[in-house]
Design a protein around this ligand. Structure first.
Ligand code: NAD
Length: 475
């Protein structure tokens, strides 16, 4: 299959090619072959992007909400229309099965559609007090925004940030991941084709540390939104502190899944196994630490292993594939070292446990009886590995779920309604799915607590993160 797109930067409404710029190889993770090269932004490019965003901001902010909304809706419609071709780029660049890639593009389209509607209903407030004094509370866009997004959901996560920021009236400079430049370029193309005025949105690929220091260090940028790892999030927070920049940080998790003995076991297994291996486990809310009540532990791990053995691993463009390769050459190394460490410390490998032959593959894997001292019990694998341990009662399950410094997503399976309520209260996480994995969507706030970051994306809360609140008091 040919890789059919031009890789360029998008600055001030113009597409910039590789001439005079360093190039970065784009690698198909299913074959480990280089399929293209993406130009990397220079400091002059970043300055041009900053100047364009600064010029465009007052004009976009003053643009009538109906017009803003219509442009975002059109961009969403174009993404939907182009979902097949963009999905093919995504699979070739990132590896996920084509059906997952196409559904990611449709999810991104929905983000534009949803925020195009939401901004129409974003009103301020008037406080009229018994004494007659009044205060008007208004929402205003925060200003120029810089976004940094990762390679696991390169289109969806970009759309989540950009749709909300543009709806709010901000201009935006986005640095997508270099691994997946074609599919993110398609988002810029959709916005351009939808009639977004020049300078309102720029897309700059580049060396991550250079780009983030340059953009976050600029007084022009007033808000930073990052999705990625905890160490990088902490690093960006320090840079942003100098300019007192507003931040949204969506960092890693290590999602616990509590399986109680009153759950519908077969139904639960049918749900959890495909969810674990979606996007080869490279999902910040991927279900990973399975704590299973002791009476059903053996049956659960056996059922999990049987289903895992049947997950077809292969090139994401093959119809039969249910799990593709990992996104880059770093990932199989990282997973292998976590699995070997757990094995050496006494974990049993019930399924998988090995790398694939070509490309960046690692088999779908289940580790049982994993000791707490194993690195994988504390470090998010961000790959196709599930770990299982038994627990006795509710209190022990909660203690295990909350034992790490992360708190992004958590899941629990039980048919007991009272227990479900207690779980919702007791688990320290930004999102909790009970008998459900449907925790993310355009209308739902998504975000973590503790080291998993702060700020929400999605829902009306996602719009608010690109706004400042001003109170105007009248006597
Ligand atoms: P990494 O920490 O090097 O990079 C993670 C992401 O941050 C990448 O998209 C990268 O381009 C970006 N990045 C790195 N340094 C940056 C900087 N100085 N400024 C701005 N952006 C920067 O790790 P990696 O090897 O690409 O991925 C490994 C880990 O990252 C995983 O184990 C996982 O925990 C985390 N991760 C999390 C998410 C998420 O959705 N929360 C997504 C991707 C990766």
């Amino acid at each position: 299959m040919s890789y059919d797109t031009d890789l360029k930067l998008f600055i001030d409404g113009a597409w910039q090619s590789g001439e005079g710029r360093d190039l970065f190889p784009v690698v198909n993770p299913a074959t480990a072959q280089t399929i293209a090269e993406v130009p990397l932004a220079t400091e002059a490019d970043l300055d041009a992007a900053l100047a364009a965003a600064e010029r465009a901001y007052p004009l976009w902010r003053a643009t009538d909400v109906e017009k803003r909304s219509a442009i975002l809706k059109k961009a969403g419609a174009l993404l939907k229309e182009r979902a097949e071709s963009i999905g093919r780029l995504l699979t070739q660049e990132q590896g996920k099965p084509f059906a997952e890639a196409k559904s990611e593009v449709l999810g991104a389209a929905q983000m534009f559609d949803w925020y195009a509607e939401e901004i129409k209903r974003d009103y301020g407030r008037v406080l009229v007090r018994p004494t007659g004094s009044r205060s008007i509370v208004v929402h205003q866009p925060v200003g120029v925004v810089a976004t940094f997004t990762p390679w696991n959901f390169p289109i969806y996560l970009l759309a989540k940030k950009v749709a909300a920021a543009l709806a709010a009236g901000c201009s935006v400079i986005s640095k997508p991941p270099e691994e997946t430049p074609g599919c993110t370029g398609a988002v810029a193309k959709a916005l351009d084709d939808a009639g977004l005025p020049k300078g309102v949105f720029q897309l700059v690929h580049g060396v991550p540390d250079m780009v983030s220091r340059h953009l976050i260090g600029s007084p022009i940028v007033r808000k930073v939104s990052f999705t990625g790892s905890v160490p990088v999030g902490k690093h960006l927070m320090k840079i942003a502190a100098d300019g007192v920049k507003r931040l949204t940080l969506e960092l890693g998790g290590h999602a616990p899944v509590l399986i109680f003995d009153d759950c519908d076991l077969e139904k639960t297994l049918d749900m959890v196994v495909p969810q674990k291996f979606r996007n080869a486990g490279q999902v910040c809310v991927s279900p990973t630490r399975f704590y299973v009540q002791d009476g059903i532990y053996d049956r659960f791990v056996q059922g999990f292993a049987d289903r895992t053995d049947k997950v077809v691993m292969g090139n994401g463009m093959d119809d039969a594939t249910r799990m593709g390769p990992l996104a880059n050459a770093r990932r199989p190394d990282a997973i292998d070292s976590l699995v070997r460490d757990a094995e050496a410390k006494g974990a049993r490998i019930l399924s998988g446990g090995q790398r694939g032959n070509d490309g960046f593959f690692f088999q779908p894997t289940l580790l049982a009886d994993v000791p707490l001292e194993a690195d994988i019990m504390s470090n998010e694998p961000f790959g196709p590995v599930a770990v299982a341990r038994p627990f006795k009662d509710f209190d022990e399950a909660i203690e295990q779920a909350n034992r790490l410094p992360f708190g992004l997503a958590a899941f629990a399976f039980t048919e007991n309604g009272r227990r479900a309520n207690l779980l919702g209260d007791a688990i320290e996480a930004g999102m909790i799915g009970i008998n459900s994995f449907a925790i993310s969507g355009a209308d739902t706030p998504f975000g973590g607590v503790k080291d998993s970051g702060f700020g929400s994306e999605g829902g009306k809360e996602g719009l608010e993160t690109y706004q400042v609140v001003k109170a105007i008091h009248q006597a």
